[in-house]
Every structure is written in structure tokens, then in C-alpha cells.
Design a protein around this ligand. Structure first.
Ligand code: URP
Ligand code: ZN
Ligand code: ZN
Length: 459
């Protein structure tokens, strides 16, 4: 198909101007004022609308066996939801546990997406152990187009690596030019604090945050900084929840560590009182690291606007309230961790970030699209609106007004953590490589259109 998108306001991480965009096949082929209309073009009048590059969510979980259950979405539900919300590329955490082999896990995770996903996708390869068989498998996975690893310093005995494994993973990553994403919490402290709280009869979801205080996360970041400094590996801290952890990463950067920082939507717009809601309602807001005191929010917004925080992801980890979150009714340590957000990230960041004056439009695009593309080897194919880039385009309607509800969302979960939240903007058209996949909040495209994105390493 050929589309001529007329007269929209094109916003990238650096630019902001009004022009026409010509899409031919999968690619943007021209940008300019008053472009000629090809005879076969469908013309879309984007006057008054914003034109963004397709958004990239660099941290989602879709297939996720975790805490005795499985995350609720599959690629059909998650990719449809992502697209309707403006996200055209997903980077999923491939998360084998310590008993599983990396290559088998990679093939399994990839098989869940290929032929099903409606949007493009790739993976961060989880490294949950490092034994005699690991290195060869990781090299093979990198040769298949994976240029980022994932390590957990938390979740003792399940996903978590020990220090020897962390060291070896970082050395291999340095050699291969692979960036290592890391969940930073000191797992020993978490385990001890959890046991202490439970022994005092503190079993409700409101005790999740005290079991993983900011110091525990900050220690995880400092720990990673030391290992990255010694090994020289490039690292990326996922789901950073608070300013102390941000500062610990920035201290590492001042010492020469190549480190980037991600935060996720719940930390920017929610506080710890959500997990304190009565009648176990707080379980809907249990994720790790936990959502923090309200005083942290302006500090995170500021670090985002300063571009100290590079990306805003979701850490989409969808579990139903009934039957899944409820597994932890008598013990908060058994509540499956995670909040479903893949559908709402862009609209929440626009409404509560841009419209509230906390971040500017260029920063919004940078954090929700461009930085992820640059850090994870997708730029300039993805992450910008430019001639030659994939025609992943979001035409955004800033005049839309609506509310979020589980009754209407496309995610598979039985609740929304943002039930009733107001939105001031949403995508009117979402294109994935030149194909219209969503229109006015409805999925109008094809499952299976999404492609696996093979990525090159830094070397
Ligand atoms: O609570 C979270 N974050 N759940 C998903 C797993 C992870 O730690 O990323
Ligand atoms: Zn995590
Ligand atoms: Zn995660």
C-alpha cells in the first residue's frame, strides 16, 4: 500500500515540524511540504495531529512461567494491545530459569511470537546460570541476531545469578559487544526481610514494599556498577524505581561505566499507597522493585526530562487478580509480581507527562521510542520518522478524551491497574512497516504481520 499522510506535526527525539509523509510498501520514502500524490496513494489528512515514530517497549514479559503460574497474555493479545496503544516493537525478556538451557529457551520464546505477533519483536536473552554449556549457547543465540542479555540479581534460586555467573556473563558480553540489562535488587536482603516480616504476621500486599526497600535496590545497582566497572561491559538497569538507585547508576557513569537507566510507567504515576489498598486490592499493584513513596515521582520525572533516565518501558507482566494475584492472599511473597501496562504506556506518558508539563514532546519520543532503538541496535530502522526508516508510524490525536478500563482493554488480564484513569490523547492510526494495524482504538490489522528483528552487536 501507498499512504500519503498530509500536514501532520512530525515529532522525533530532536525535531518538531509540519510536513507530509509518504509511505510506500514498508518504508518511509519521502518527507516534505506539499508532496505530490502518487496515483495509487491513500491520503490521510493529519492536520492537527502529531506524527510519532512507532513506539518501542524495551521491557515486556509475555510468555512468563513465574511464581508458580504463567503470565496471562500471549502474543495475540499482547501485540494487539501494544499496537492499539501505539507500540509497534516489543522487546521481550526471554526468561529461562536455572534448570533450563538457554538455546532451548530462546527457541521456545521465539516460537511463541513467530507467525502470531502483530507487531515487530525481539528478545533480551536471559542468563540465569553460567555453567560449562552456557557460553557456546549464548554465542549461538547472539549469532541469531540477539544483541542484549538479561540478568536478575533478584529472585534467588529461580532466575537469579550468583556473582561468579554475573562476572562471566559480563565478560562474555564485553567480548561480543552485547549490552546487559539487569534487574537490580540484593536478593539476600530481600529473602531475609521477607522472612522477618512474615514471622511478625505481616502478610498483606502492603508489606511488599518494606520487604524490598529503596536501599535494597540501590545496593543492587551499586553491585552491578562495580562488576561493570571491572569487566568493562555495557549495562542497562531495568525498572529503576527511585532516585537513590538513579544516583547510584550516575555515580557509576561518572567513574566511566557505560550504563543506561530505564524506568517504567507505574513508578512515574503511582505511589506506595496503591499496594496498601484494603481487601487485598493492593495485590494489583505488587511488582518488583515496588512502587515507592510519592516523593520519588517528581525526582524520576526530572531525571527523565534531564535525559539521565533514557527509557520508559512497561515491564508488562500480566497476572489476573482472580486466581493468580490471589495466590498470595495469606502471604505477600506469593503474589505474582507484575502489572499489565503494555496497552497504556504511551497514552499515560503523554497524558501525565507531556500534558502535565513534566516532560516535553521530544523527550517523550526519545524515552518511549528513540533511545530503545539506539541502545538495542534498531536505529535508524526504528525509533525515528525519516526517509529510509521502517514505516512504523503513529498518528496521534491530542484531542481525544477517554478513560482506561479492563472492560475495553485488549490485554488478557481481568483487571486494569489504571481503571478509570483519564487519557488526553491516543493514536488514531498505527502503522507497522507500512500496514495499518490500528485505527481509533480498534485493532484492524493482521496477527502474524510482526517480524523477528535480528540485531547486530556493538562489535
Ligand atoms: O514485578 C515484576 N517486575 N515482574 C516481572 C518480572 C521482573 O522482575 O521483571
Ligand atoms: Zn525485573
Ligand atoms: Zn521485567
Amino acid at each position: 500500500m501507498t499512504y500519503l499522510i498530509r500536514n501532520g506535526r512530525i515529532v522525533t527525539a530532536t525535531d518538531d515540524y509540519i510536513a507530509d509523509v509518504l509511505v510506500e510498501g514498508e518504508i518511509i520514502t519521502a518527507i516534505g511540504k506539499s508532496l505530490d500524490t502518487p496515483s495509487d496513494a491513500q491520503v490521510i489528512d493529519a492536520t492537527g495531529k502529531l506524527i510519532f515514530p512507532g513506539f518501542i517497549d524495551p521491557h515486556v514479559h509475555i510468555y512468563l512461567p513465574f511464581m508458580g503460574t504463567f503470565a496471562k497474555d500471549d502474543y495475540a493479545s499482547a501485540s494487539r494491545a501494544a499496537i492499539v496503544g501505539g507500540t509497534t516493537t516489543l522487546i521481550e525478556m526471554c526468561c529461562p530459569n536455572r534448570t533450563e538451557e538457554p538455546w532451548e529457551a530462546f527457541e521456545l520464546w521465539r516460537s511463541k511470537a513467530v507467525g502470531i505477533s502483530a507487531c515487530d519483536f525481539t528478545f533480551h536473552m536471559g542468563v540465569s546460570k553460567f555453567d560449562d554449556h552456557t557460553e557456546a549457547q549464548l554465542r549461538r543465540i547472539v549469532s541469531e541476531g540477539i544483541s542484549s542479555f538479561k540478568v536478575f540479581l533478584a529472585y534467588k534460586g529461580f532466575f537469579g545469578v550468583d556473582d561468579t555467573e554475573l562476572y562471566k556473563t559480563l565478560c562474555l558480553a564485553k567480548e561480543l559487544g552485547v549490552i546487559v540489562t539487569a534487574h537490580c535488587e540484593n536478593e539476600t536482603m530481600v529473602a531475609e526481610l521477607q522472612q522477618q516480616l512474615l514471622s511478625e504476621g505481616k502478610t498483606g500486599p502492603e508489606w511488599h514494599e518494606p520487604s524490598r526497600p529503596m536501599r535494597v535496590e540501590t545496593e543492587g545497582v551499586q553491585h552491578l556498577m562495580s562488576f561493570a566497572e571491572i569487566t568493562g561491559a555495557e549495562v542497562y538497569i531495568v525498572h529503576t524505581s527511585n532516585s537513590f538507585a538513579v544516583q547510584a547508576a550516575l555515580e557509576g557513569r561518572r567513574r566511566g561505566v557505560r550504563v543506561s537507566i530505564e524506568t517504567v510507567i507505574p513508578y512515574l504515576v503511582m505511589d506506595d499507597t496503591y499496594a496498601q489498598k484494603p481487601h487485598f486490592e493492593g495485590a494489583k499493584y505488587v511488582m518488583s522493585p515496588p512502587i515507592r513513596e510519592a516523593a520519588q515521582q517528581p525526582l524520576l520525572w526530572q531525571a527523565l526530562q534531564n535525559r539521565e533516565i533514557s527509557t520508559v518501558a512497561t515491564d508488562h507482566a500480566p497476572f489476573d487478580f482472580v486466581g493468580q494475584k490471589e495466590m498470595g492472599r495469606d502471604d505477600f511473597t506469593k503474589i505474582p509480581n507484575g502489572i499489565p501496562t503494555v496497552e497504556d504506556r504511551v497514552n499515560l506518558l503523554y497524558t501525565y507527562g507531556v500534558k502535565r508539563g513534566r516532560i516535553d514532546l521530544n523527550t517523550f519520543v526519545d524515552a518511549a521510542s528513540t533511545q530503545a532503538a539506539k541502545l538495542f541496535g534498531l536505529f535508524p530502522r526504528k525509533g525515528t520518522v525519516a526517509v529510509g526508516s521502517d514505516a512504523d508510524i503513529v498518528i496521534y490525536d491530542p484531542d481525544y478524551r477517554g478513560t482506561i478500563s479492563a472492560k475495553t482493554h485488549l490485554m488478557a488480564t481481568d483487571y486494569s491497574a489504571f481503571e478509570g484513569w483519564e487519557l488526553e490523547g491516543r493514536p488514531s492510526h498505527v502503522f507497522v512497516r507500512g500496514k495499518l494495524q490500528a485505527h481509533l482504538g480498534k485493532f484492524v490489522g493482521n496477527l502474524g504481520h510482526g517480524q523477528f528483528l535480528a540485531r547486530k552487536t556493538r562489535s
